[in-house]
Ligand binder design. Structure first.
Ligand SMILES: [Zn+2]
Length: 111
């Protein structure tokens, strides 16, 4: 679904917060750091950090508890954090790890 283009947006990535020269702050700083090339900012650098994945047995166990709670229909991060006895940030890490673990086996781009 296309959004109405009433607001000016970054000519490189579409972010609607323009910083300068038609680019958002992120694209503008990439463009500046690259020495203002004529063809616009270079693509963003690949992510340096991979998603957290459980290595210790204790965290694997908690990830399993998290998945079990999800299966019981618990999706509220605050509630999940309370029931697992961890922080909301940790619940978000579990969610990211779960996404990574479930999407990694088929490494081909599923279009
Ligand atoms: Zn941008």
């Amino acid at each position: 679904m296309a959004r109405p283009r009433s607001v000016r947006s970054c000519i490189n990535c579409g972010n609607c917060q323009i910083h300068g020269h038609g680019y958002c702050a992120t694209c503008y700083s990439r463009w500046r750091d690259a020495g203002y090339p004529d063809d616009g900012p270079p693509p963003p650098a690949p992510r340096r950090y991979s998603t957290w994945t459980p290595c210790q047995e204790r965290s694997r166990g908690r990830l399993e508890d998290y998945l079990e709670l999800l299966q019981f229909g618990e999706h509220d991060e605050g509630m999940l954090a309370r029931r697992l006895g961890c922080s909301i940030r940790t619940v978000q890490r579990y969610a990211a790890a779960h996404r990574t673990l479930t999407t990694q086996p088929q490494n081909r781009s599923a279009a």
